[in-house]
Design a binder for this molecule. Structure first.
Ligand code: NAD
Ligand code: DAU
Length: 354
């Protein structure tokens, strides 16, 4: 079996669902269920004997050690993290605690487990760390896309905490020999995306008749990858990645934020036209920029394509249409995640932005 951490969040839940749709190898999901963890994401697996959920912290060493000893996974895939840049600006503490201290403790627990395996099991074992392109910092408009050889130059508390975790993973290979793999992926989007992040926030706010907040001039560039394509990349790296290597994962899909927002509006105009005939674009509102906002990310994904034969299946046009349709079809999911904690966050982040 495999142990997935953070499997109740956006990417982790998509990963678990895709994994069990393609394989009968069981999954143990260890998730703390922070505001971002939503067991409803995996409700379709209730009663499925291949799936086991445990609520807990990656930093709880006795718990993790017990789970490893009991379930004997052949791999650990670490999705668990605090993941939202704006939250890290308002309160970095949780990011250091989970992304740095939590990752270190998880590595220690996994190392102890791995060292006690038989020779054959030790050779087969993998620890796959799911990281982000944000660790590389910000690009100018003419810079080449990030390769795996780029220096780590993180600019936000979030990306600094992820860069620290990437360094820890590297150190556990070099110092202890733990067979690790790291993926650094660009911005994901798709089903089950928590509506604090740009794409789901814009869809949800548009449908609610609320302003569509665009930070600064809206010309910041991100590379967007449909979440199922990120999941297929992780499966591929787990199956065939070379131990100790880093693999950049991206969609070759650089777009300025304002273009993303306008594309969503155009799709909603087609799929759920407003009764007064106006476009959702009339709701676009420019607001104060994110402090330290990285201007551009771009991923050079040629290594994973060349070495492992991975390519994204979706274009941005097909992926964003599926995503908008998913939110239209799953309004109950949206209502359920809009808990009190979520409403408090909206107040903290947007009050005073003007
Ligand atoms: P998310 O915030 O949606 O989910 C994170 C999950 O981790 C939640 O279920 C949460 O409950 C769980 N968690 C948090 N702290 C924990 C802890 N201490 N112990 C156990 N579980 C804990 O995040 P996501 O967008 O699904 O991202 C998953 C991973 O992928 C993260 O490591 C993130 O840095 C990375 N990543 C995300 C993106 C993206 O665009 N979302 C892109 C590249 C990489
Ligand atoms: O690049 C990968 C990263 O992508 C992941 O590591 C992070 O976990 C994930 O959250 C995401 O980070 P971003 O900061 O790029 O994503 P977010 O959706 O928060 O913002 C995308 C862009 O849109 C960014 O330039 C900020 C802008 N934005 C965001 C929000 C929430 C707005 O203009 N308005 C908004 O209200």
């Amino acid at each position: 079996m495999i142990l997935v951490t953070g499997g109740a969040g956006f990417i982790g839940a998509n990963f678990v669902l895709d994994w069990l749709a393609q394989s009968d190898e069981p999954v143990l999901n260890l998730d703390k269920l922070t505001y971002a963890g939503n067991p409803e994401n995996l409700a379709s697996l209730q009663g499925d004997s291949r799936y086991l959920f445990v609520q807990g912290d990656i930093g709880d060493a006795p718990l993790v050690e017990r789970l490893l000893a009991q379930h004997q996974p052949r791999a650990v895939i670490n999705f668990a993290a605090e993941s939202h840049v704006d939250r890290s600006i308002h309160g970095p503490e949780d990011f250091i605690q989970t992304n740095v201290v939590g990752t270190m403790r998880l590595l220690q627990s996994v190392r102890a487990y791995w060292q006690a395996l038989t020779d054959a099991q030790r050779i087969e074992f993998r620890f796959l760390h799911v990281s982000t392109d944000e660790v590389y910092g910000s690009l100018s408009p003419t810079d080449p896309a990030f390769t795996e050889g780029n220096k780590l130059e993180p600019n936000s508390p979030y990306s600094a905490s992820k860069a620290a975790s990437d360094h820890l993973v590297r150190a556990w290979l070099h110092t202890y020999g733990l067979p690790v793999l790291t993926t650094n992926c660009s911005n994901n989007y798709g089903p089950l995306h928590f509506p604090e992040k740009l794409i789901p926030l814009i869809i949800v706010n548009a449908l609610a008749g609320k302003p569509l907040p665009v930070y600064g001039d809206g010309l910041q560039v991100r590379d967007w990858l449909y979440v199922k394509d990120h999941c297929s990349a992780i499966r591929r790296v787990l199956a065939a990645g070379r131990v100790g290597e880093i693999y950049n994962v991206g969609g070759w899909n650089e777009k300025p934020n304002i273009e993303i927002v306008k594309t969503i509006c155009t799709l909603l105009d087609e799929l759920r036209p407003k009764s007064d005939g106006s476009s959702y674009q009339t709701q676009i509102t420019y607001v104060q920029d994110r402090p330290g906002h990285d201007r551009r990310y771009a991923i050079d994904a040629s290594k994973i394509e060349r070495e492992l034969g991975w390519k994204p299946a979706e274009t941005f046009a097909t992926g964003i249409r599926k995503t908008v349709q998913w939110y239209l079809d799953n309004q109950d999911w949206v209502t359920h995640v809009q808990s009190g904690a979520y409403r408090d966050w909206v107040q903290t982040n947007y009050a005073g932005r003007g």
